[in-house]
Write a protein that binds this ligand. Structure first.
Ligand SMILES: *Cc1c(COP(=O)(O)O)cnc(C)c1O
Length: 400
């Protein structure tokens, strides 16, 4: 079958909830992917940072195959021999004493919301059904009804109401607005340390620190959504580390899977995750031995292959080199580590045409909103590969 046949089949039988670039990928290896016609591309999206360790990392696929031959799913009705090892691995790498495993990012966000509310009622003493959670403008936390209900993106909500009450939105990056929005019923503030889907938006320096102080002062949980920014993407294990804060809970997903199998969850203190009793919350697949064994290996690869350091160093290099391109289209280059956004002026007529031009030259990236190009390659990328990409990016950004 040719690419156009796959595309026609997908268009005919699939729901049209995405608008993908017309590249039909059949194989991947590290930072490279190959389409059904044998064309090779440098992946600069890394599945929205779920493939930080690179496509089909041999150690991760090895762990997956080994575990697949043993046992894949037990349900949490019984214990399994991999989940405790994942708990231990996460504890050693992050310092958080507790973890609650789920599958998708949205489920992990829902878990954090449930934990925060229950903590509010059982520990803080908020009156039943009065808990409030504060979130930010331009947030992205997944696609469940509760989550899209607190989105500020009209399209994410259009046609999906009614929504859950109990959420308040404050301006991202505005610490004063957060302070003013807190009431005695506020149980948590949930924030992305860098907004990914929002367009790789880095808040003003000092914002997270001051948000943390405000939360502490008001007995409000400070929760960071590190599903995209975490696990090395920003050049640190967690993007919150740039501000020397210690969130009460951290939501992770995406790269915890090594790109191989969905694994997500919430890291937190005993006080926060301690609110859950047997039967309060769960997931059939959450914490399954196949996912756990893959996540353990995905974490070890990040650490042992020094991918976080590589993200920091090559991220600085990539951004410096991008900044040197004299393009009339570029408004701003921002990000941390290999989490990079290039915002274009409105006159550039959208980022999509630049992404399409890059795809023609063998570089895959995706527009974020209308006018941001995100560069977020797997963290195993090498300087020579970035240099090769930069040659093409330069020519594309110098187009008319
Ligand atoms: C991707 C993402 C999610 C949702 O993860 P899914 O696995 O798609 O449900 C939540 N928060 C952030 C910051 C994300 O980038």
């Amino acid at each position: 079958m040719l690419a156009k046949d796959y595309i026609a089949m997908e268009e005919e039988f699939g729901a049209h909830n995405y608008h993908p670039l017309d590249v039909v990928i059949e194989k991947g290896d590290g930072v490279w992917v190959y389409d059904v016609e044998g064309k090779k591309y440098l992946d600069c999206l890394a599945a929205y940072s779920a493939v930080n360790q690179g496509h089909c990392h041999p150690r991760i696929i090895g762990a997956m195959k080994k575990q697949a031959d043993q046992i894949t799913l037990t349900s949490r009705a019984f214990r399994n021999s991999q989940l405790p090892l994942l708990y231990k691995q996460l504890n050693e790498m992050t310092g958080y004493p507790k973890f609650l495993p789920m599958n998708s990012g949205a489920e992990a966000v829902e878990t954090a919301i449930k934990a925060a509310r229950k903590w509010g009622y059982k520990v803080k003493g908020v009156e039943e059904d009065k808990a409030e959670i504060i979130v930010c403008t331009n947030n992205f936390a997944g696609r469940t009804v509760t989550i899209v209900g607190f989105s500020t993106e009209a399209q994410y909500k259009d046609g999906f109401g009614p929504f859950s009450p109990g959420f308040k939105v404050v301006e991202y990056g505005n610490a004063k607005e957060l302070e003013e929005a807190i009431t005695p019923n506020t149980v948590a503030f949930i924030v992305e340390p860098i907004q990914g889907e929002g367009g790789v938006v880095v808040p003003p320096a000092g914002y997270l620190k001051s948000a943390e102080e405000t939360c502490k002062k008001n007995n409000v949980l400070f929760i960071t959504d590190e599903i995209q920014s975490g696990l090395g993407r920003s050049g640190k294990l967690f993007a919150f580390e740039y501000e020397d804060v210690k969130p009460d809970a951290v939501i992770i997903g995406k790269a915890l899977s090594g790109g191989a199998y969905p694994v997500s969850g919430v890291l937190a203190s005993e006080e926060v995750l301690g609110v859950f009793n047997p039967g309060d919350h769960g997931s059939t697949f959450g914490g399954n031995p196949l996912g756990a064994s893959i996540a353990i290996e995905a974490l070890k690869v990040l650490d042992e292959e020094k991918l976080i350091e590589n993200s920091y160093e090559l991220g600085n290099y990539f951004r410096e080199q991008l900044s040197a391109i004299p393009s009339k289209h570029v408004k701003e280059i921002r990000g941390k580590g290999l989490f990079i956004g290039v915002e274009l002026h409105n006159e550039a007529k959208g980022a999509r045409r630049f992404c399409e031009a890059l795809a023609n030259r063998g570089i895959l990236c995706k527009e974020t909103h209308d006018n941001v190009i995100r560069f977020a390659p797997p963290l195993v990328i090498k300087k020579e590969e970035i240099d090769w990409a930069l040659g093409h990016i330069k020519e594309v950004l110098l187009m008319d």
